[in-house]
Ligand binder design. Structure first.
Ligand code: HEC
Length: 138
């Protein structure tokens, strides 16, 4: 009987431990975000869409909509994923999409997913960041 209690305790501690690790993984260290680009007047069509076409549209475009998200036009992007916004106008650090491309949040949500394309460069992430902060211009 004593043995069982001990076992339950050990299993319990392990579960709690792994949950703790998981929470730590998901915590986002915003200081690691690449700085916003200093370019002015960034536009979805000119600077952002080319990045998405290369790295995202295969899974988030006309053919496939993983997470029910499309990024092949600004209108589609603003609809978000299952009705949840993925970008917040003027607030890049609160934008799920930016955290995903900077690969700072849940590793399962890093975009493009591990092994499914090159991670975006710091410059590309900086452009997307500045574009969000500048107000998501078309
Ligand atoms: C190989 C396919 C693939 C590629 C390429 C890809 N994604 Fe994803 N994306 C997914 C899948 C699958 C999910 C769902 C992940 C999950 O919820 O665990 C997802 C989820 C997301 C989400 C989160 C949606 C939400 O609210 O849950 C965002 C934002 C996103 N992708 C943006 C992008 C961007 C931006 C790119 C390009 C830089 C990209 N993805 C490239 C497959 C892909």
């Amino acid at each position: 009987m004593r043995m069982m209690k001990l076992l339950t305790l050990i299993v319990g501690l392990c579960v709690a431990g792994s949950l703790g690790v998981r929470a730590a993984e998901v915590e986002v260290d915003l200081s690691k975000l690449p700085p916003p680009s200093t370019k002015k007047d960034l536009s979805f069509e000119k600077q952002i869409l080319p990045i998405f076409k290369k790295s995202c549209v295969d899974c988030h475009g006309p053919d496939k909509q993983k997470a029910k998200l499309r990024v092949d036009s600004l209108e589609e992007l603003l609809k978000g994923s299952r009705g949840e916004p993925v970008v917040v106008k003027g607030k890049s650090t609160k934008s799920k999409l930016l955290i995903a491309v900077a690969r700072l949040g849940d590793p399962d949500e890093a975009m493009p997913p591990e092994g499914k394309g090159d991670p975006l460069t710091k410059e590309q992430v900086g452009l997307i960041r500045a574009w969000i902060d500048q107000g998501l211009k078309k």
